[in-house]
Design a protein around this ligand. Structure first.
Ligand code: ADP
Ligand code: MG
Length: 269
């Protein structure tokens, strides 16, 4: 069974006088352990889909009736508040575009782990500290950083900590919406390789969103290409790179810097 099954998802932004169709009848599946990329130019609806799957969408976004988002077979659009609380972090965790700034500035790293672990599992302080140290290890951060405040850490480190917090409750699906855009290329690459490896070790699935198709081909199993709210092509990463079936995918490639593209081809092998 798919971990995520998006069926006929349509989302509008309701204005005072206008309705903007941001997502139009989108359907796709993500298998257990799969790394699925969603690419397309800025404004094509990628984040709108990510927020809907996490049930974090707010007005003026309105999901149209007839849309279904199944996580492990359960429609997240039908969850009530109590169900939603256990759904978030446990089933699906999301790393936002500005995630490295989403840590609470007045709490130590240890406290931020404790918050999530204690709220969701009632874990004690000392057990949470132990688990936090273990999670930091997964993203290659020394345990002594537990007592640090976010501003004492680099952007790349903060981003890896957010990812470690997302792993805390062993979700089935992690959604990453442009998680590394604000980081330099080397750090970006390191973080993606790390996620790739963790996914193999821990078995979660990833929905990875970026406008950078070249980067995406390196890390994804399959890729969906969006154009103005529609999902126009879904294929395995190599096909998207070597012989895309949609004109728009070819156009996207043509807009990427060539050298980068060649580099990717070698890395993807
Ligand atoms: P992407 O993540 O692919 O860059 P988004 O999902 O953020 O795109 O946005 C898709 C479209 O919806 C864009 O045209 C954007 O302007 C519009 N949009 C996003 N958020 C809102 C909002 N709160 N109100 C109105 N329109 C919005
Ligand atoms: Mg976005």
């Amino acid at each position: 069974m798919s971990v995520l099954s998006v069926r006929n998802l349509s989302i509008d932004y309701i204005g005072a006088k206008t309705v903007f169709h941001a997502v139009k009848d989108v359907s796709f599946d993500i298998a257990p352990g799969e790394f699925f990329g969603l690419a397309g130019e800025s404004g094509c609806g990628k984040s709108t889909i990510a927020f809907a799957i996490s049930r974090l969408h707010r007005p003026p976004a309105l999901i149209r009736t007839g849309s279904h988002i199944l996580v492990d077979g359960r429609d997240v659009l039908e969850l009530d508040d109590a169900e939603l609380r256990s759904f978030r972090w446990r089933e699906v965790a999301m790393v936002f575009q500005s995630a490295m700034n989403s840590l609470n500035p007045v709490l130590t790293i240890e406290d931020q782990f404790y918050d999530v672990l204690n709220t969701h599992t009632g874990m004690s302080r000392s057990a949470a500290r132990e688990r936090a140290a273990e999670l930091l290890g997964l993203v290659d951060i020394p345990t002594d950083r537990l007592s640090a405040y976010p501003h004492q850490l680099s952007g790349g480190m903060r981003q890896r900590i957010v990812i470690a917090i997302c792993l805390a409750l062993k979700p089935k699906l992690i959604i990453m919406d442009e998680p590394t855009t604000a980081l330099d290329v080397v750090v970006q690459r390191e973080i993606l390789q790390r996620i790739h490896k963790l996914r193999q070790e821990l078995g979660f699935s990833v929905l990875f969103i970026t406008h950078d198709l070249a980067l995406m081909v390196q890390v994804s199993d399959r890729i969906g290409i969006m154009l103005e709210g529609e999902l126009v092509e879904v294929n395995d990463a190599q096909t998207i790179y070597r012989s895309p079936s949609h004109d728009y995918t070819r156009k996207l490639w043509a807009s990427m810097p060539r050298l980068h593209g060649e580099q990717i081809a070698q890395d993807a092998k």
